[in-house]
Design a protein around this ligand. Structure first.
Ligand code: MLT
Length: 302
């Protein structure tokens, strides 16, 4: 019997797949494996019984990979399982950055008790005029499972899409989508694009990549979308860039206190993968991988 500890709740459709060989336990102590979503595993004592950790999500920055490697603990993630959910929220982010829907909705709520709201609407709607995304240049940084879906969606929306990924060749990027303009450098994305969306893991080389130096290369009023990890962006430099008008809007899935409430910031409480479909897909992929490893020693994606 294998003992599994859930460090976060995951969708039942995944848990229901566990066969009679498995027991869900309340504590990590003595567990054979753990399933985690966003809990910070860096802070936890990893028992010698632990053989595997499955992350129901793509990013693994909440897991101490070096420590796991030293202890022989295999770490799995579920790349692609929530990519469609993230793709769709990036679309929402681009629309929110272009159309003042939040301002409009807040205004409607503020006048809902007034008589003759229709007349007020006629007088006030000019305040909420936006722009369209068709024909605008979108830079997609990171052409993994999510980046490619975002790029293809944007192409269908008639955006002009640039893609950059340091880990794939320009030729491979062309094969991913014949319509993405593969950029040879980040600099090209920074100089050309009206919207920039980032889909890279958090590593020593990507941490703080959106900083003063990067902003200096960008177009005035650029709209930045961050549905990857908060510390890819230097928050202090972002605030300066928003104040100067260099950045027009910052849509972030990470409500850091330094940016929340600042003019031009649309902060969302890490909802990128929070759809029923993505949660189900991640739970199933995490559980299938764990069972295959524990029972057969197969490592599908670590
Ligand atoms: C991921 O890493 O897959 C996303 O940030 C979503 C999540 O962590 O839930």
């Amino acid at each position: 019997m294998f003992k599994i500890n859930r460090l976060n709740p995951i969708a039942n459709v995944g848990l229901d797949m566990l066969t009679d060989n498995y027991e869900l336990v309340e504590s990590l102590k003595d567990a054979d494996a753990a399933i985690v979503r966003s809990a910070n595993v860096h802070e936890l004592e990893l028992p010698s019984s632990l053989k595997a950790i499955a992350r129901a999500g793509a990013g693994v920055n909440n897991i101490p990979l070096d420590k796991c490697a030293e202890k022989g603990i295999v770490v799995f993630n579920t790349p692609g399982a929530n990519a469609n959910g993230v793709k769709e929220i990036v679309l929402a982010g681009m629309i929110l950055a272009s159309r003042d829907l939040i301002g409009g909705v807040n205004w409607v709520n503020s006048v809902k008790e007034e008589p003759e709201v229709a007349k007020l609407v006629e007088k006030n709607k000019a305040k909420f005029v936006g722009t369209e995304i068709k024909g605008k240049k979108l830079g997609v940084i990171g052409l993994g499972a999510i980046g490619v879906l975002v790029a293809n969606m944007a192409i269908k929306l008639e955006m002009d899409v640039y893609g950059y990924d340091p880990f794939i060749s320009v030729g491979a990027a062309w094969k991913l989508s014949k319509y993405i303009k593969p950029s040879k450098s980040l600099e090209e994305i920074y100089r050309e694009c009206d919207f920039i969306t980032v889909h890279v893991p958090l590593t020593d080389s990507t941490k703080g990549m959106f900083n003063q130096e990067a902003f200096a290369l960008m177009k005035d009023g650029v709209k930045i979308l961050n549905f990857s990890r908060d510390t890819l962006v230097n928050d202090g430099d972002m605030i300066d860039a928003l104040k100067s008008g260099k950045v027009g809007k910052y849509v972030t899935d990470f409500p850091n206190p330094d940016v929340v409430g600042h003019e031009g910031v649309i902060a969302i409480p890490h909802l990128g993968a929070s759809t029923n479909e993505s949660e189900d897909n991640c739970a199933v992929m995490a559980v299938v991988q764990l069972m295959d490893y524990l029972e057969n020693g197969n490592i599908r994606n670590s």
